[in-house]
Design a protein around this ligand. Sequence first.
Ligand SMILES: NC(=O)c1ccc[n+]([C@@H]2O[C@H](COP(=O)([O-])OP(=O)(O)OC[C@H]3O[C@@H](n4cnc5c(N)ncnc54)[C@H](OP(=O)(O)O)[C@@H]3O)[C@@H](O)[C@H]2O)c1
Length: 271
Amino acid sequence: MAHQFAHGTYLVTGASKGIGRSIALQLAAHGTELILLARDKKALQQTELEIKKLHARSNVSVFSCDLSDRKTIERCVKDIRKRHKTLAGIIHVAGYARPGYFGELPPEEFEKAVRTDYLGAVFLTHGLHDLVESGGLISFTSSVVGYMGVFGYTSYAGPKFALIGFAESLRQEMISRKIQISVLCPPDTETPGYAEENKTKPYETQALSESAKLMTADAVAEKFMRGVKKGKFIITCNGESTMLYRLHGIWPSLVFRIMAGMIQKAQKKRK
Ligand SMILES: NC(=O)c1ccc[n+]([C@@H]2O[C@H](COP(=O)([O-])OP(=O)(O)OC[C@H]3O[C@@H](n4cnc5c(N)ncnc54)[C@H](OP(=O)(O)O)[C@@H]3O)[C@@H](O)[C@H]2O)c1
């Protein structure tokens, strides 16, 4: 049976801003206990305050943790385990994208992206998965760029593709424990992270983005909640990204030709 967010404690990473914050707020409406995690404690306390304003009796705790650093994650896992003996779910949302032309991105950026967007979720899951109850949930946040490569996202696509492969393997190991594994794949979404991303987008990436509809973080969070309740593994969020997911699965060369055509058109327009 699909996970229904009924009771228990959910750990949400990236809960201070954007999509993670919206998911935390929607979870609070289900009367669940929440553990909010990100680096900036003050920003997390702001989300905690918002939740308590809406749901005075909510039980919320915040943990500051840099998911790009394994030692810090280990310390955070210890602290969480001291205070929580079971979890209903681990919802990984934290992450970031730093677009740029491949040759212009510094090598360190590729390491940082893998540590934050991929290893952060893997190590945190490794440290806490045994606390997740039977019938519980472990979800990851990949992206449209986690199932099809996109111009300008060479450092982001690797970790986001890797998350889907990791989740697919973990899903098979979790069958016996009846733990649902889901992967949220948002399209372009209006968040503080997206605004940051726009600052370094190459011209062609910007042109591709302009052809896609921007979603709100609340709408993505709603799709996430609905997708989990339906027991979906890959959760896409709108018609366009669902169509691309299906088309890329059956005919990747056609998707490449469409993308190549759009990129060439943008490059001609620029000249
Ligand atoms: N927005 C989009 O268009 C879009 C599209 C597809 C996929 N996504 C994915 O959706 C997720 C959320 O994106 P968003 O746009 O909502 O981002 P956002 O507005 O920048 O929020 C990111 C959250 O992750 C936390 N975070 C970032 N780096 C962290 C680290 N090293 N350790 C711990 N926490 C960290 C941030 O808090 P601190 O800075 O305080 O740590 C914040 O709470 C990401 O995984 C992103 O890749 C976003």
